[in-house]
Write a protein that binds this ligand. Structure first.
Ligand code: ZN
Length: 465
């Protein structure tokens, strides 16, 4: 497999869309053969997994399914470069100075958090990064149609971009932004990261001072900011708002768009599948099916017909060689449409239900409400040393119930001690000073109705936004 250069990727991305459906399918098949062959010969994990799989496959269903838990358990065998070991990657991740730097000078490293309860460490090579960037430039940007007045507002606002995310860790958005700021120093004046974990008053104050004209963030964070904008405390006037990282509901899009008076765009992807989709001018998500294979499946990993909502989704990243992601269970619920989109794009439309975490709403001692973002509190919990898995449930306006498991069962009490302290401190910092954090005897479990793993949810229905 050759290294992908920018000119080659740009040319290929333009051509794929022009040449039509058959040309996209041909690229997908060729790239699948390449990545499966590469994985088989360069990754010990895939070498074993594909032992009984024929050399040439006619369809993707011949390849076994992979899961995050299994791949992470065999990390050193999963990677295709022998100089990459989990121990060294973890040492790299533990050093805060390494955020925005490339591991071994050639791999972008990020960690996942939040939705699934099992953190993952993911590496991307430079060819893959080129593909992700080109897909963004060629397919996502043209859908953003701005009026001359909005363009002028961008210039006047000096293109200030605020990203409201979980900062400080090696999360994808954070790493990519830190990387851009390090390599292109001039961007430091125009782009800034804001922590979605910060108390809302602080976030509002900092955003007002920075005056961004472009805002990107998790839907739950953007929703909270939209309420602050409506209340008048947040005074920014963005021209563009982009939601990513969680599912954007139609209600959230309406609320955010109305509050800020600007278009809201959406993105669906993950740290394993960067650049998976793009949103068209009709606000529908299209899969970049020349670089990704998306398979909506039922609970037994069997294909679900077009147009039907799946129980899970298998994704194959055809661009990244360092850590092949092939038929990887992402866990989101999706529907892949067979009808073409009226926008004219030949790339398939995907509907995503995705993560179903809730925003938790606690009572503040002063009488007001404290809104806690699911991804933010899940991150605080997950960063507890020794924690294997946890689930946060709100059952009353003043208690947070925690189901947890420690990596080492003998350390369960100590891990619970630091987990409950971290959660209490975090809630207090947000102003929810009277919340009791209690431990449940149950282990983290799937939701009885949906059968999905929900990491953060509320059982107080009338408090839901
Ligand atoms: Zn479309």
């Amino acid at each position: 497999m050759k290294t992908v250069t920018y000119p080659a990727a740009l040319w290929d991305t333009f051509r794929a869309a022009r040449e039509g459906q058959a040309a996209v399918a041909a690229r997908r098949q060729r790239r699948l053969d390449d990545i499966a062959g590469y994985a088989r010969t360069h990754s010990r994990y895939y070498g074993r997994l594909y032992h009984d799989v024929p050399e040439r496959i006619s369809e993707i269903g011949q390849l076994p399914v992979t899961t995050k838990a299994d791949l992470m358990a065999h990390f050193d065998d999963w990677v295709t470069d022998m100089s990459v070991t989990r121990t060294e990657v973890e040492a790299f991740l533990a050093d805060p100075r390494s955020i925005g730097r490339d591991f071994l000078g050639r791999y972008v490293v990020c960690t996942t958090s939040g939705a699934t309860g099992i953190p993952a460490i993911l590496l991307h090579d430079m060819s893959a990064l080129t593909v992700y960037n080109v897909l963004g430039y060629v397919r996502s940007l043209p859908a953003v149609r701005l009026s001359p007045r909005q363009l002028w507002a961008l210039v006047r606002g000096r293109f200030h971009l605020a990203a409201v995310m979980v900062s400080g860790g090696h999360y994808l958005g954070n790493v990519m932004m830190a990387r851009r700021l390090r390599t292109m120093r001039f961007r430091r004046r125009t782009q800034r990261l804001f922590s979605a974990l910060a108390p809302i008053d602080e976030l509002v104050r900092d955003l007002n001072a920075f005056a961004p004209v472009m805002v990107a963030g998790y839907p739950s964070a953007l929703e909270t900011l939209a309420l602050e904008r409506q209340a008048g405390s947040l005074t920014i006037h963005p021209v563009m708002v982009t939601a990513a990282g969680e599912t954007l509901s139609a209600a959230q899009r309406r609320l955010i768009g109305t509050a800020f008076g600007c278009p809201v765009s959406n993105y669906y992807g993950s740290s394993e599948a960067v650049g998976l989709t793009f949103e068209c001018s009709l606000q529908r998500l299209h899969v970049n099916s020349d670089w990704y294979i998306v398979e909506p499946v039922d609970d037994h990993n069997q294909p679900v017909p077009a147009g039907r909502l799946s129980d899970g989704v298998l994704v194959t990243n055809l661009a990244n060689r360092i850590q092949p992601v092939i038929r990887y269970q992402l866990g989101d619920r999706v529907a892949l449409m067979s009808d073409p989109c009226p926008c004219g794009s030949l790339f398939p439309v995907i509907d995503v239900v995705g993560r179903t975490d809730d925003v938790l709403v606690f009572r503040a001692p002063s009488g007001g409400e404290v809104r806690v973002l699911p991804l933010a509190i899940a991150t605080v919990a997950e960063e507890t040393p020794g924690l294997a898995r946890c689930q946060l449930i709100q059952r009353t306006p003043s208690t947070l119930t925690v189901r947890m498991r420690a990596i080492d069962p003998d350390h369960e009490t100590a891990v619970w001690g630091s987990l409950s302290r971290r959660l209490t401190e975090y809630l207090s910092a947000l102003g929810a000073t009277t919340v009791t954090v209690e431990r449940s005897d149950e282990p983290p479990t799937l939701h009885p109705r949906s059968g999905k793993f929900r990491q953060v949810f509320s059982e107080i229905q009338d408090h839901q936004p």
